[in-house]
Design a protein around this ligand. Structure first.
Ligand SMILES: [Zn+2]
Ligand SMILES: [Zn+2]
Length: 465
């Protein structure tokens, strides 16, 4: 019965779409062929959005835009909350030191059509949460009225990566160059407006595509939900609780290098997964102290420890049985201590010098190298930070040291599988979102809050609409 109802409702929807197209064929959106293939079903509606264009400071401004007709698999979401992602600092504030290959944060990306995103009016923002307001006729995954996460990572479900359980690197992830984007709205003068990476969270409406949307069922507040489902929290929980890249053994040791919202989510994930020793490392005192309140058992300051920090982690993870013939974990005297079972690197490069304590290396290379050396033989390193430069590692250790490294886009999170679990962690009190959402601002105050994120005077900031 339910199935029949659904089919009928879908047929009506398609019929409605065809009628709308017949009434206004000129409104059908061109471009972005892979993402808008069917007749329009929704037209016009104005909304405010933070739009970037050009280069340098001041490139992002709050503007009124008009929604274009929605087609194919497009989804319109009324935004409830969106995290101000640090990896988006360069694109939003127009700071040049942007690290390469940030998801959706590469302002110089040039697409197949030869266009440059700097020339395009682009709605900024990574993923957010909200309520579905309209869907194109081909959409199956969500319905109007659903509460959803617009994920920083898409999941098509039919590419090779999705099929082998690695939706974290879904083929659509890289489909965010100018030639891939369809205009979703327009400025007053008719200039087409695009959603950054098909997401565009910093707006009253997110105009996205089905593959980027995950339905969630929860009564959580917009701020709490926006925090736990931010791209960074998903990556931190992904690295520690999904098992895609590394399995945190209950009773094991986890070291987290870098305690921004991603690292602090990894600390919480390590606690949720049952790790008994959780070592949080960050140059900023306030972040180390926060880590202690949400699951860290030890904290280390990389500035105070210097090169000794590797040894400190190895000592802390040695355990009481580190001797021969008794289940010992050390490396037979070749190196001190044992090393962590799982190390999550979440430091990354700095866009600007922090106003709080700066780390030992603004490129993020040193923390990443140290993270590798903190890992135990047979352990796993998951790297998530966006760094600048080239990594150099001790060749012997790299070659036969027994360390498994995973490049952790989204921490290995599989959106459709894992995001509902992360919501459970929030709803059941396992994940503390409030501790991490240290700044909450309305839409119009986003730029000021982004400065705070850039200078690291807040752990992160959540925009609400
Ligand atoms: Zn992000
Ligand atoms: Zn895929």
């Amino acid at each position: 019965m339910t199935t029949i109802k659904k089919q009928m409702s879908r047929r009506r929807l398609i019929k409605h779409g065809a009628a709308a197209a017949a009434a206004g064929a000129a409104l059908v959106t061109p471009g972005g062929a892979a993402f808008g293939q069917a007749p329009a079903v929704v037209t016009g509606r104005t909304f405010r959005a933070w739009i970037s264009r050009g280069t340098g400071r001041g490139r992002t401004t709050l503007q009124d835009v008009r929604l274009r007709p929605i087609t194919g698999r497009q989804v319109v979401v009324r935004t409830e909350a969106c995290n101000l992602c640090y990896s988006n600092v360069g694109a939003v504030l127009g700071i040049q030191a942007a690290p390469p290959a940030a998801a959706g944060a590469n302002p110089a990306a040039v697409g197949l059509a030869g266009a440059n995103t700097n020339d395009m009016a682009l709605i900024q923002g990574h993923g957010g949460v909200g309520v579905v307001e309209a869907v194109g006729p081909q959409v199956r995954r969500v319905q109007v009225g659903d509460r959803v996460c617009v994920s920083g990572t898409p999941q098509c479900g039919s590419c090779y990566h999705c099929l082998r359980g690695r939706a974290d690197i879904c083929q659509l992830l890289g489909r965010n160059l100018p030639g891939d984007l369809a205009p979703v709205a327009e400025l007053r003068d008719g200039t087409p407006v695009y959603s950054n990476s098909h997401i565009g969270g910093l707006a009253e409406l997110m105009v996205t595509v089905e593959e980027w949307v995950v339905p969630v069922v929860t009564k959580a507040t917009p701020v709490d939900l926006g925090m736990v489902l931010s791209c960074v929290s998903v990556a931190g929980l992904g690295a520690t609780t999904t098992g895609t890249l590394a399995v945190v053994p209950p009773g094991g040791t986890v070291a987290v290098v870098g305690c921004g919202p991603l690292g602090l989510s990894a600390v919480q994930g390590a606690r949720i997964a049952g790790a008994s020793t959780i070592i949080a490392i960050d140059p900023i005192r306030a972040r180390r102290e926060l880590a202690l309140t949400i699951g860290a058992t030890h904290i280390l300051d990389p500035n105070a420890e210097g090169a000794r920090i590797i040894e400190r982690v190895r000592e802390l993870s040695s355990g009481p049985t580190s001797r021969a013939w008794s289940g010992g974990r050390d490396s037979g005297g070749r190196r001190s201590g044992a090393g962590a079972d799982v190390v999550v690197e979440a430091a990354g490069a700095e866009f600007v010098r922090p106003k709080l304590e700066a780390g030992p290396d603004p490129t993020g290379i040193l923390p990443m190298q140290q993270a590798y050396e903190m890992c135990s033989a047979g352990g796993h390193l998951v790297t998530t930070g966006l760094v600048r430069g080239t990594i150099a590692l001790p060749a012997f250790l790299f070659a036969i040291g027994g360390i498994t490294h995973s490049g952790g886009q989204a921490g290995g999170a599989n959106p459709m599988r894992d995001i509902p679990r992360f919501v459970e962690m929030l709803d059941k009190g396992q994940y503390n979102a409030k501790a991490l959402a240290t700044r909450v601002v309305p839409l119009q105050d986003v730029m000021g809050a982004y400065e705070e994120v850039a200078y690291r005077t807040t752990v992160t900031a959540i925009m609400t609409v």
